[in-house]
Ligand binder design. Structure first.
Ligand code: B12
Ligand code: SF4
Length: 468
C-alpha cells in the first residue's frame, strides 16, 4: 500500500492513514513517498506502521520495490529505498531521479474523482511539464541548491496527457505547477504551439499558479502564451529589497517583471505579482515597500508567508538559529511558522494589507476612484452585498487606520494589527499612489491625520529589528 507524505506539516495525516491501513490490512506492506518522506525517511520509519520509504521520484522505484518483494531479490538494489535492516540500522539510498521525468506512460486519470476538481463551473486539471529548477534560491527545496536536477518531459507526452484530460474528462482549466515552466524557451514555445493547434478549439484557460520566473519571459513568449489560452501571468517577484535578495540568493528581477507587465497589458492578460514576507532576517518594513511597489503597478499582490521548506538552505538556517517550530503542524504557512525580524502579528498585518490593496485596486477598476474616508460605525445591516461592506471597511480604514471585519450578526470588530505597519503602508500610498489591474485608473488615496505616525513607526521598527 502506497501513501503520499508530501507535506511536513501534514505528517500526522499520513501516519494516521498508515495506522488505519494497518488495522484493516495487517499483512500489507506500507510504503511512503513524497517530499516529506524524502526529507525525513528515518523519522517515518521509526513509526511501526511504515515499512518502507521511497525517496525521490516514485514511478520507477515503486514497481522495482514490488518486484523485489515478490521475487525476494535484494532490497538494496531498489533505487531511492529506505528501510530498517533486521539489525535495526537504517538502509538509506539517495533519492531516485528520473530523466526525462515521463514515467511509464500517462497518469491514471481514470482514477480521479473529476467532480472534486472544478473551478467555477469548469472541470480543472493540474499537471507538471518539468521537475526541478536550475536556480538556487535559499528558501526553495526544489532547485539546484537543494540538489534536484532540472528535467523536462517530452512535449509530446505533456500534450497527450492534456488531450486526455480535455477530451475525455472535460478539463477546461489547466494549471501548470512547474517550478520554472518557461526556463527552456524553445521547449515552452513548442508546448504552447502544440496546445494552440491541438486543443485551441476547446476554449481552455491555462495558468502557471506556482509562479513564473520573470527573466524567462519575453514579449513574443507572452504573446504565444495568450494565443494558447493564458489569461493571467503569475509572476514571482519575491522582493525588491536588495539585502533580502542577497539573503534569498536571488537576482533582482524587477526590470524583467516590469517588461513582462508591459507585454501582458499589450496582450490583454492580467497579472499577479508574488512576494514572500516574514522570512528569516526579513524586515517587515521591506515587505511594506514590496506591497507599495506592487501598488504602483498594473498587477495584483500575492503575498506568501515564508515556509521553511525541508531540504532548502533556509530550513538549515532556521534550524541553526533555533527558529523552527517544535511541532510539524506549526510549519503550515497559515500558522506563520517562524517569528524573527517580522513578528507573527506583523506577518498577519502584511497579509491583511495585501488583501486591502487588492480590494482598493478592484475599486479603481470598477469606478476609477477610491471611496473617501468616513467615521466607522459599530454595526452594519446584514443584507448589504459583500462589495458594499468592503467599501465601508475601506472608508473606515482611511479614516482611522483600523482594519475591521463584520460578524454574521452585523457587528463590526477590529482585527489586531501592527498599527506602525499600517501607517507606513498608508503613507506610501498617499505619497506614490496606486493603480488598477484591468484599467489604467490611478489614484492617491486620502487618509485621516493618523498616518503621520508612519514616520515614527518606521524608525521604531527599524530600531527594534536592528537589535536582533
Ligand atoms: C501542486 C502543489 C500543491 C497543490 C496541491 C496539493 C495536493 N494536495 O496535491 C496545493 C496548491 C493545494 C498545495 C498546497 C500545499 N502545499 Co504544495 N505543492 C505542490 C507542488 C507545486 C507540486 C506537487 C505535484 O503534484 N507534483 C507532481 C508530482 C508528479 O510529483 P510529486 O508530488 O513530487 O510526486 C512524486 C514523488 O514525490 C513521489 N511520490 C509522491 N507521493 C508518493 C507516494 C508513494 C507511495 C511513492 C512511492 C512515491 C510518491 O513520486 C511522485 C512521482 O515521481 C509541490 C512542489 C513540487 N514541485 O513537487 C508543492 C509542495 C509539495 N507543497 C508544499 C507545501 C508545504 C504545501 C502546503 C503545506 C503549504 C501550506 N499552506 O502551508 C499546502 C498543503 C495542502 C494540503 N494539505 O493538501 C511543499 C512541501 C514541502 C514539505 N516537505 O513540506 C512543496 C514541496 C513546495 C515547497 N514549498 O517546497 N500544494
Ligand atoms: S524559488 Fe523558483 S526560481 Fe528559485 S530555485 Fe526554486 S523554483 Fe527555481
Amino acid at each position: 500500500m502506497g501513501i503520499a507524505a508530501l507535506f511536513t506539516p501534514y505528517e500526522e495525516t499520513a501516519l494516521e492513514t498508515a495506522a488505519a491501513v494497518r488495522r484493516v490490512l495487517p499483512d500489507a506492506r506500507i510504503v511512503m513517498g513524497g517530499h516529506h518522506a524524502t526529507a525525513f525517511p528515518e523519522r517515518l520509519l521509526s513509526h511501526p506502521d511504515v515499512d518502507f520509504v521511497l525517496r525521490g521520484d516514485g514511478e520507477a522505484s515503486l514497481p522495482a520495490l514490488a518486484r523485489a518483494l515478490r521475487e525476494g531479490s535484494p532490497l538494496a538494489d531498489v533505487p531511492g529505498l529506505a528501510f530498517k535492516e533486521p539489525t535495526g540500522a537504517c538502509h538509506l539510498a539517495p533519492p531516485a531521479r528520473m530523466d526525462p521525468p515521463d514515467g511509464g506512460g500517462l497518469p491514471a486519470l481514470d482514477l480521479l474523482r473529476w467532480d472534486f476538481y472544478r473551478r467555477g463551473n469548469r472541470g480543472s486539471a493540474v499537471t507538471v511539464g518539468s521537475r526541478g529548477c536550475p536556480l538556487r534560491c535559499s528558501y526553495c527545496c526544489l532547485g539546484a541548491g537543494a540538489g534536484i536536477p532540472f528535467r523536462q518531459r517530452r512535449v509530446e507526452t505533456v500534450l497527450a496527457e492534456l488531450e486526455l484530460a480535455v477530451n475525455h474528462y472535460g478539463a477546461r482549466f489547466i494549471d501548470f505547477e512547474d517550478e520554472n515552466l518557461a526556463w527552456n524557451r524553445g521547449w515552452f514555445l513548442e508546448l504552447l504551439e502544440g496546445i494552440r493547434t491541438r486543443l485551441g478549439s476547446a476554449g481552455l484557460e491555462l495558468r502557471a499558479m506556482n509562479g513564473l520566473y520573470p527573466p524567462s519571459l519575453d514579449p513574443e513568449l507572452i504573446r504565444s502564451m495568450g494565443r494558447a489560452g493564458f489569461r493571467t501571468l503569475n509572476l514571482a517577484l519575491v522582493t525588491t529589497d536588495r539585502s533580502q535578495l542577497n539573503r534569498f540568493r536571488r537576482r533582482d528581477v524587477l526590470p524583467a517583471f516590469d517588461r513582462d507587465l508591459t507585454s501582458s497589458a499589450a496582450c490583454g492578460l492580467d497579472a499577479v505579482g508574488y512576494i514572500i514576507a516574514a522570512g528569516p532576517h526579513q524586515s517587515p518594513l521591506a515587505s511594506v515597500e514590496d506591497l507599495l511597489a506592487l501598488a504602483r503597478r498594473r498587477v495584483l499582490a500575492g503575498l506568501s508567508i515564508f515556509y521553511p521548506a525541508p531540504g532548502s538552505a533556509d530550513f538549515d538556517l532556521c534550524r541553526r538559529e533555533g527558529l523552527l517550530p517544535s511541532q510539524p503542524e506549526a510549519m503550515r504557512s497559515t500558522a506563520m511558522p517562524i517569528a524573527h525580524r517580522t513578528s507573527r502579528l506583523q506577518a498577519a498585518t502584511l497579509l491583511r494589507l495585501a488583501r486591502l490593496l487588492n480590494f482598493m485596486k478592484s475599486c479603481l477598476d470598477d469606478d476609477g476612484v477610491l471611496p473617501s474616508p468616513a467615521a466607522p460605525r459599530p454595526a452594519l445591516p446584514g443584507e448589504l452585498p459583500r462589495a458594499a461592506i468592503g467599501r465601508r471597511l475601506l472608508r473606515w480604514f482611511a479614516h482611522d487606520g483600523g482594519l475591521r471585519g463584520v460578524g454574521p450578526d452585523g457587528q463590526v470588530f477590529r482585527h489586531p494589527v501592527d498599527s506602525r505597519l499600517t501607517a507606513a503602508f498608508a503613507q506610501g500610498l498617499a505619497r506614490h499612489g496606486l493603480r488598477g489591474v484591468r484599467s489604467a485608473h490611478q489614484a492617491r488615496p486620502a487618509f485621516g491625520p493618523w498616518i503621520v505616525n508612519g514616520l515614527v513607526a518606521s524608525t521604531e521598527i527599524l530600531r527594534a529589528s536592528d537589535q536582533l
